[in-house]
Design a protein around this ligand. Structure first.
Ligand code: AVJ
Length: 356
């Protein structure tokens, strides 16, 4: 395991985002931690996302009728999809989770020293909150904010955590991370550490990733920061296998998307008509996942239909892989002032801390 420190560019002026959301208040002074009362129990689970069922159907129809058909990767995570993803993280070929866990275990104290103790830990895509919980000891947050698409799922996870850490203020937020992050007043303003593990940043294009990180930087004071996991570029066979495993778990994960589309859209997809395809494209530095028609397939849904020719594909996911130096440069560009990276000995994966 190696660790290296990179002093980045000048500290950029703190960006004040204004999304017009009634849920956020903005402080001009960023020094002192905001004195915010402990939220009332009914405020502890906040869904800032609008009801999205209609939205989702429009989005799915648009993707399915586009010349090059696509479905957003956010639809993978229905109850079965979430369990299949959990199984993926245990596959021998899927090294990402294992290496990241190893880095946190081996360098936890160093990470804690670098990020500093106390403040608010904001967990983006928290899921079962397990990864953040493992860092509670070294980070000692005063407040923990779990953000995920489903506040429902978070509620159960937080129930257990509140019992184990009764003095920590905890809050669940239901939000789609593809949209600008809206933090309600209950999220304290002093020393925010955004936590974005798992290389989920890879689902954004590099341009979207840069905007996303700039947005996070704009939402913390100078004592705040970012702790992020990033999958690095490596040999194609390793990447191909990580997304096309021998047991076919990733294939099931990809195909299950069609079941989820059928539920949301009322469409007639039959998973038997489709084949999992996944490959690393070194020129775009991304793994692409597709579903490929095994034969001519006609799919219908209320108000629409499409015929897919044999071999035609639906693009379901991009997972971008970065070179460490490029990712560090991106962090500097969006305003972070000091970047520290921890990697494994093969440099397959990196955990980075960036000071706001
Ligand atoms: C959860 C987005 C990080 O891209 O590696 C795993 C999702 N897709 N296998 C990834 C995924 C296929 C995963 N992320």
């Amino acid at each position: 395991m190696t660790s290296k420190q990179l002093q980045g560019g000048p500290i950029a002026a703190r960006l004040e985002r204004d999304d017009g959301g009634a849920l956020t208040t903005r402080r001009r002074d960023t020094g002192a931690p905001a004195a915010i009362r402990s939220p009332e129990p009914h405020e502890r689970e906040v869904s800032c996302a609008p009801p999205q069922a209609v939205d989702a159907r429009d989005e799915l129809r648009a993707g399915l009728t586009a010349p090059a058909a696509f479905v957003s990767s956010k639809y993978f995570y229905d109850p079965l999809g979430s369990r299949l993803f959990d199984a993926i993280t245990r596959l021998p070929e899927y090294y990402l989770t294992r290496i990241e866990t190893g880095i946190f275990a081996r360098h936890g104290h160093d990470i804690g020293r670098t990020a500093g103790r106390g403040g608010t830990l904001i967990d983006l895509g928290a899921g079962n909150c397990e990864k953040a919980q493992r860092l509670f000891g070294v980070l000692q947050p005063q407040q923990y904010v779990a953000v995920d698409i489903s506040a429902e799922y978070l509620r159960d996870a937080l129930k257990g955590l509140r019992f184990l850490y009764p003095s920590m203020d905890m809050l669940a937020l239901g939000q789609d991370l593809a949209k600008p992050l809206l933090l309600p007043d209950a999220v304290r303003r002093g020393k925010r550490l955004f936590f974005y593990p798992g290389s989920s940043i890879g689902n954004f294009t590099p341009e979207q990733a840069e905007d996303f990180l700039r947005g996070l930087h704009g939402q913390c004071s100078e004592d705040g920061g970012l702790l992020i996991g990033v999958d690095l570029v490596k040999d194609k066979p390793v990447l191909d296998a990580a997304y096309d495993d021998a047991l076919g778990v990733t294939a099931a994960f990809n195909l299950n998307l069609l079941n989820q589309v059928n539920v949301i859209l009322g469409s007639s997809f039959d998973v038997n008509d489709w084949q999992h395809r996944a490959f690393f494209d070194p020129r775009l530095s991304r793994v692409e996942m597709h579903l490929q028609a095994r034969r001519t397939v006609r799919v219908t849904w209320p108000g629409g239909a499409r015929t897919f020719e044999a071999g035609e594909r639906i693009h379901t996911e991009n997972s971008y892989k970065y070179r460490l130096a490029d990712f560090e440069a991106m962090l500097s560009r969006v305003g972070y002032s000091a970047v520290t990276a921890w990697t494994d000995e093969r440099q397959w994966y990196a955990v980075l801390h960036a000071r706001a």
